[in-house]
Ligand binder design. Sequence first.
Ligand code: MN
Length: 192
Amino acid sequence: MEKNPLEKYQEKRDFSKTPEPSKNKESQGKNSFVIQKHDASTLHYDFRLEINNILKSWAIPKGPSLNPKDKRLAIPTEDHPLNYIDFEGVIPEDRYGGGKVIVWDKGTYENTTKDENDKCIPIDKALKNGHITFWLNGKKLKGEYALIRTNIDKNKKWILVKMKDEKADRKSNVLVDKPSSVLSGRKIEELS
Ligand code: MN
């Protein structure tokens, strides 16, 4: 029998107590991504990439940056269902991940990972290799990023970094300048 890719996700949650989606939906045939701002026990940003009909996920304590000088720690978390792309709301405080969630940015991406001969590496293979590059077409984040696995803490730590391209921005702080949800226009403090 095929292993349920959402087993970990479902085990952690009681869907009679949380408004989060319980099951996966069909892919729209796009390579989607989402970044959720999540005010749990500590504020962080959850970065999720659609790969093989599931959302591969990383928690980024300091959030993404448009500045290529910033190396942002990214900690892998359990795979999420594709419907999670549009999840915004309040998870009860006594539940796993309890706290407010807004869709801080979403859009599509293009895999730009190449080998030394400039040949494209499929994204699932690149992920296993621990080194992926991709071009984001979001509302706030645009341009190429790299997500790289480090050997710190038994490979549990990855780094997200903006590549140098015309979308890089070394001056502004996108987290401060554009705090609101791209779905509802609300700030995270405005959820109740
Ligand atoms: Mn989270």
